[in-house]
Design a protein around this ligand. Structure first.
Ligand code: SF4
Ligand code: SF4
Length: 290
């Protein structure tokens, strides 16, 4: 699969995160996940409709703005984060429409090199130059691991903005390995990739997410308008967990000490699986001489 790593040296931090390859990309800062139903199926339906409909829209200001109205009439406008703009121009891009991206971008065939992003809420300049805090706050090796292990754009975009969660996970793996983490050590075989994916998919599948959570969407802007509340350990009579940061970042709530223990064990087991895979010896084939 062709990748877009050639853009690495053009971004701060040296690892380009927004468009990774034909299948993997992110639209989190365009508000992609800030929707009432953030399931893969629902978001996919939304993006497919927009992409198909927009392909018939004349590339003229009035028609492009009318498309926005149509989208907003069709889709629920309640948002988990009401002050986080959700852009109606995010859709599917690429030769096979296999990843998420901007329908106003000049590289979209139908746009014939013209940048229409100036018609969006943020305006063309903001869309061009914005880089989320992960660019600054996640070490290059961790960025590379997430980029290379992502199984699809949906999971990737949900986790890549979670700099604190990712730092905590990978630092814990490194601590238990008793050596710095390298991308090679984690990307060396499919077993390893699978265990890392399983660990990162906690972000999507976390069974202890509190009911009042806004869902898997992340408000990652530095104004911290919607910060995550601390875990209340007092109500279950337990001390602060060894995985406190992870539990908070996953927006957990526990009804009992048993629940907390189950959550800690789940995290430990997934980290342990990654470590096991790293230490698993490579299979060596010897020539048998008869
Ligand atoms: S949230 Fe970050 S990685 Fe995702 S598209 Fe925006 S700037 Fe790129
Ligand atoms: S116009 Fe800007 S905010 Fe909207 S999808 Fe494109 S890049 Fe994202």
């Amino acid at each position: 699969m062709s990748n877009f790593n050639a853009n690495d040296n053009q971004v701060r931090g040296g690892i380009y995160l927004c468009q990774v390859n034909e299948e993997i990309s992110c639209g989190a800062c365009c508000g992609l996940y800030n929707v009432v139903n953030p399931s893969y199926e629902s978001i996919m339906e939304m993006l497919t409709w927009r992409t198909n409909t927009f392909s018939h829209v004349k590339r003229e200001m009035d028609a492009i703005l009318a498309f926005k109205e149509k989208v907003e009439d069709r889709e629920p406008q309640e948002r988990p984060f009401p002050d986080f703009h959700h852009c109606p121009y995010i859709g599917l891009v690429g030769k096979k429409r296999s990843r998420v991206g901007c329908l106003l971008h000049p590289l979209l065939d139908e746009n014939k090199g013209i940048d229409f992003r100036g018609l969006s809420f943020y305006g063309g300049m903001a869309c061009r130059v914005y880089f989320c805090p992960t660019y600054n706050n996640l070490p290059a090796v961790f960025k590379e691991i997430v980029r290379e292990t992502a199984s699809n754009w949906y999971a990737y975009g949900l986790v890549i903005t979670e700099a604190k969660l990712l730092n905590t996970i990978f630092e814990e793996v490194a601590k238990r390995l008793n050596r710095p983490l390298t991308a090679n050590s984690l990307l060396k075989n499919n077993g390893c990739l699978e265990t890392v994916r399983e660990l990162l998919d906690l972000k999507i599948n976390w069974p202890f997410r509190r009911k009042s959570s806004s869902g898997p969407a992340n408000y990652f802007f530095e104004d911290q308008l919607y910060s995550r509340p601390p875990i209340n350990y007092e109500t279950i009579g337990e001390p602060v967990s060894r995985h406190d940061i992870l539990l908070q970042e996953l927006e957990s709530y526990f009804n009992s000490a048993n629940d907390l223990q189950a959550a800690e064990n789940l995290i430990d087991r997934l980290i342990h699986n990654v470590i096991n895979q790293i230490f698993k010896p490579k299979l060596l084939f010897r020539r048998i001489i008869i």
